[in-house]
Design a binder for this molecule. Structure first.
Ligand code: SIN
Ligand code: FE2
Length: 205
């Protein structure tokens, strides 16, 4: 399998999940969404909804609304606990991060054809020692990444269905975002759109 170090600590495995593994993971995501439906996160300051819709797996889920960006153990609308991590997700985490502790949060992002995500840092965790692992399913996305400041130069890559990306080490706080997705580039779902899972540790080791 190809392993590309895009920057120190930013590692890309194109096609890490083969088609059967992508289908299994998609089925697990769809099952989780029956229990914990996609919600629309909102910008804390303006209350404006994100174009990306979200849900979570695992003991903690990332949410955003007028009260801020945070992790919490329950769904903001149903108030129920988040669904457990699928075994395949835990396996990918252990294999690619080398981390013995399991992830605590598994954010599920859903991008419809028009959705995008502005440049940001993942910094709502209490500790940045552990990496963030991202898994992509469905349509290809234009993923942009830069340095630790918003002004640092950026580059973009195309993340396709089955790709894994580790955001860790010296790149743990690198700015990143999704410029757009390329609808119709994957046959996985039979409809345009993309799921991205990001797995994280939230609390200190
Ligand atoms: C994120 O930064 O939370 C998502 C990145 C992606 O969708 O690939
Ligand atoms: Fe992020």
């Amino acid at each position: 399998m190809q392993r590309l170090e895009l920057a120190p600590g930013l590692i890309w495995w194109p096609g890490h999940l083969d088609r059967p593994a992508q289908e299994r993971l998609l089925a697990a995501v769809e099952r989780a969404l029956e229990e914990a439906p996609l919600f629309s996160p909102r910008m804390p300051r303006t209350g404006q909804p994100f174009s990306v819709r979200m849900s979570n797996f695992g003991p903690l889920g990332w949410v955003a609304d007028e009260a801020g960006y945070r992790y919490q153990p329950f769904h903001p609308d149903t108030r129920r606990s988040w669904p457990d991590f699928p075994a395949d997700v835990l396996e990918a985490w252990h294999a690619l991060t080398g981390w013995t502790a399991p992830p605590e949060a598994g954010l599920i992002n859903w991008y419809g054809p028009e959705a995008r995500m502005g440049l940001h840092q993942d910094r709502d965790e209490q500790d940045f020692t552990a990496p963030v692992l991202s898994l992509s399913l469905g349509d290809t996305a234009v993923f942009r990444f830069g340095g630790d400041t918003r002004r640092a130069p950026t580059r973009s890559i195309r993340l396709a269905s089955g790709d894994a990306l580790l955001i860790g080490g010296d790149s743990r706080l690198a700015f990143h975002g999704i410029d757009r997705i390329l609808p119709g580039t994957s046959t996985l779902m039979g409809q345009p759109g993309r799921f991205n899972l990001t797995l994280r540790r939230v609390t200190p080791p």
